[in-house]
Design a protein around this ligand. Structure first.
Ligand code: FAD
Length: 503
């Protein structure tokens, strides 16, 4: 077997011990993240991204030839070589949501790789600084050949939001370099909300905003193994998370969940060959723009996949209580389909209309307008899909007894008798489907992540306003209103080039 493709079990084996990094879950230090009950569902959903490369229904989507490694690699570590790869990304993410029912946590690292490919290459092409690209390609091959699991850490803790990094009362509110040595740099700071952080092999760190010259110590990008001296991870908690500790098999969803965490770097050493950007303050804004557009496009896939799970659950629950054929229920299901496929379509448009940003192989970026539109839809539509699903499911969604009541010798029979709807389904079926719907439709992965992941809603509005060419459309309107003439313009879409296209 090529090492560019690890199995899920090989991935799990690889993350077992954390000796140097301190991982905290619910206030306690964890050394083996694979046996910890709280993290287990997260390990399982990450694992699904590895197994996908060997499973019949995802095999072709989940693996791709890499010219860098010279072999087939897991698509989650690949560089996009054309629009078809961007499309495959969205499709793979939709399929993986069907397998996990949650966020499977591996796309942030993937987007980080593609971002750094473009930005380091541009730094070489435009400024003659070839060292970053050289370092990055070496790292890319390392990651691809070992099929490593990556986290992408962009979001700093950011202290006082309107202040720049150099203006913050806490100088460590953004990750910065605190020491430059002959053999590398020493970094300090913290990144918030980092998906999958406790269960990855490596973390790719990037700046989170555009910067000025005064912020140059913050304009850095690098990668470290998670198990590095000076790294602390504090895993965050989610709604219903204590159910994982009950060891049931219905309520807490024994299958999958994601996690986010606070990544703290206390004077962590990074060797030079793992540094991809150093004090390049002029490029921080471009890096953020490239990354966020990639990440915004991806949401079309994972969130529409979760939408499929929710629509399927709502349809089944409607059947279980005998209302699936009622006109208003069919209307609601159709509305859910419309909302779901709209998000997906926008992501496909962002992919097919992708743009090549650098010379040579690869460097295919998404269409930034449609990527922003995609993510902006995602900040709204999942809430409406969930609302409609909750309407159809009935109040039991929020009030159902636990699986332990159903399994109780005394009360179990009564629960089974009174919670059954149509005779074709048992009360256990109903409970299982209600819990699936509860755990997916009210989850961080489907709701909070949809609003804030890849940037809060305002971030997309700022991008859309910047890209749309109001001057040109005013000219169009004026010429049709006979208020002036306009020159022929071959552009169909009135979009202006972004900073990343101009850089
Ligand atoms: C589930 C989940 C997973 C995530 N995974 C990752 C990950 O893997 N890697 C990663 O790097 N990040 C990740 N993120 C972080 C995500 O990118 C951020 O949450 C997002 O960019 C918003 O930043 P924030 O949370 O700091 O919110 P804030 O920036 O605090 O935003 C809160 C509000 O303040 C407003 N605001 C902020 N600054 C200003 C300003 N200067 N002027 C006016 N209004 C302002 C915002 O518009 C928003 O309405 C994840 C987030 C979530 C919720």
């Amino acid at each position: 077997m090529s090492m560019g493709l690890r199995t899920g079990d090989q991935y799990v084996e690889g993350i077992k011990t954390r000796n140097k990094a301190k991982i905290y879950v619910l206030g306690k230090r964890v050394h083996d993240v694979t046996t910890n009950l709280f993290l287990k569902p997260s390990v399982l959903s990450f694992k699904a991204t590895f197994d996908a490369a060997f499973e019949e229904d995802t095999r072709d989507l989940a693996r791709v030839y890499s010219p860098f490694a010279g072999e087939e690699v897991n698509r989650f570590n690949s560089i996009h070589m054309g629009p078809q790869d961007l499309v495959a990304k969205v499709k793979l993410l939709r399929k993986l949501s069907h397998k996990t029912g949650t966020c499977f946590q591996r796309c942030v690292g993937w987007d980080a790789l593609n971002t750094l490919y473009i930005v380091t290459k541009k730094l070489a092409e435009k400024e003659g600084k070839g060292i970053y690209y050289k370092n990055f390609i070496k790292y890319l091959e390392y990651v691809q050949r070992r099929d490593l699991a990556l986290a992408g850490a962009m979001t700093d803790v950011k202290g006082v939001r309107p202040l720049k990094p150099s203006e913050q009362p806490n100088p460590d509110a953004y990750v910065r370099v605190v020491e430059e040595r002959d053999d590398g740099i020493v970094v300090r700071g913290a990144k918030a909300n980092i998906t999958g952080i406790a269960v990855v092999d490596e973390v790719v760190v990037m700046p989170t905003r555009a910067m000025t010259e005064k912020d140059e110590v913050y304009a850095i990008s690098f990668a470290i193994p998670l198990d590095t001296e000076g790294v602390t991870v504090v895993v965050g908690r989610q709604l219903n998370d204590a159910r994982r500790l009950e060891e049931g098999e219905i309520d807490g969803l024994p299958y999958m969940f994601n996690h986010e965490g606070l990544l703290i770097l206390e004077d962590v050493y990074v060797p030079w060959d793992r540094v991809f950007m150093y004090r390049e303050w002029k490029w921080a804004g471009v890096l953020v723009e490239v990354f966020s557009a990639y990440h915004r496009q991806g949401y079309a896939g994972c969130k529409s996949g979760l939408g499929d799970v929710i629509i399927g659950a709502a349809y089944n629950l409607a059947k279980q209580i005998g209302v699936a054929d009622k006109p208003h229920v069919r209307e609601k299901l159709t509305e859910m389909v419309f909302l779901n496929e709209t998000m997906y379509s926008a992501g496909l448009a962002a992919s097919w209309e992708g743009k090549k940003l650098v010379e040579g192989d690869g460097g295919w970026w998404v269409n930034p307008m449609y990527a922003n539109v995609t993510k902006h839809l995602v900040t709204r539509f999942p809430y409406e899909v969930s609302r409609l699903a909750h309407d159809i499911a009935g109040g039991l969604l929020g009030t159902a007894p636990s699986e332990f009541d159903l399994k109780n010798e005394e009360v179990g029979k009564l629960v089974a008798k009174y919670l059954q709807g149509v005779p074709e389904f048992t009360a256990e079926d109903r409970l299982r489907m209600l819990r699936l719907l509860e755990n997916t439709s009210i989850s961080v992965a489907y709701l909070v992540e949809s609003v804030h992941g890849a940037g809060s809603p305002q971030a997309q509005r700022i991008s859309m306003e910047r890209i749309y060419d109001f001057y040109t459309v005013e000219k169009i309107a004026k010429s049709l209103a006979r208020m002036g003439q306009r020159k022929a313009d071959p552009r169909v879409e009135p979009h202006k080039p972004t900073d990343s296209e101009k850089a």
